[in-house]
Design a protein around this ligand. Structure first.
Ligand code: DQA
Length: 146
C-alpha cells in the first residue's frame, strides 16, 4: 500500500478558533479525519502530523522521505521563512505538494514568497480545508502510476 505523509506547521493546531474568517471553523482533527477517510476509501496509508517547531518539521520530512511515497506539506508561516525546511525537502527523493488553506498571494506581501514552491511537484492553495483532499487526490494518482 502506498503511503502519504501530511505535515502541518505552526499554529495549524489552532484551526477552528484561529482567524476563522480566513481559515474556517474546521479543526485540524476534522481535517485529519477526512484525510484518514480518504486513505481508507482509496487504499492509501495516511500519516498525519503537526508541529510548531521548525526542527521537528525537518525531522518529520526526513523521516517521511525514508518511509513514505510522497509528502503533503502545509508549512504555514515557515513557508515564507525557512531555509531548513527547503533544504530538507530538497534532500528528499520523494514528490511533495505544497498546500495552503488560504491563498497567500491574496494576502500580505510577506506571504507572497515561498521558499519551497520552486522545488514542489505541485501547489494547492485557497480551497480552504479542501486543499488537503485536492492534494491527496492529485498525489495518490501521481504515485499510483509511478
Ligand atoms: C497558511 C498560510 C500561511 O501564510 C500562514 O502563515 C499559515 C497558514 C495557509 O494554510 O493558508 O499559518 O499556510
Amino acid at each position: 500500500m502506498k503511503k502519504i505523509a501530511i505535515i502541518n506547521g505552526p499554529n495549524l493546531n489552532l484551526l477552528g478558533t484561529r482567524e476563522p474568517e480566513i481559515y474556517g471553523y474546521t479543526t485540524l482533527k476534522d481535517i485529519e479525519n477526512e484525510c484518514l477517510q480518504f486513505g481508507k476509501d482509496n487504499g492509501v496509508e495516511i500519516i498525519f502530523n503537526q508541529s510548531n517547531l521548525e526542527g521537528e518539521i525537518v525531522n518529520l520530512i526526513q523521516h517521511a522521505s525514508q518511509n513514505t511515497d510522497a509528502i503533503i506539506i502545509n508549512a504555514a508561516a515557515y513557508t515564507h521563512t525557512s531555509v531548513a525546511i527547503y533544504d530538507a525537502l530538497k534532500a528528499s527523493p520523494i514528490p511533495f505538494v505544497e498546500i495552503h488553506i488560504s491563498n497567500p498571494h491574496a494576502r500580505e506581501e510577506f506571504r507572497h514568497f515561498s521558499y519551497i514552491s520552486k522545488i514542489a511537484d505541485g501547489i494547492i492553495a485557497g480551497f480552504g480545508k479542501d486543499s488537503y483532499i485536492i492534494a491527496l487526490q492529485a498525489l495518490a494518482q501521481k504515485i499510483a502510476s509511478s
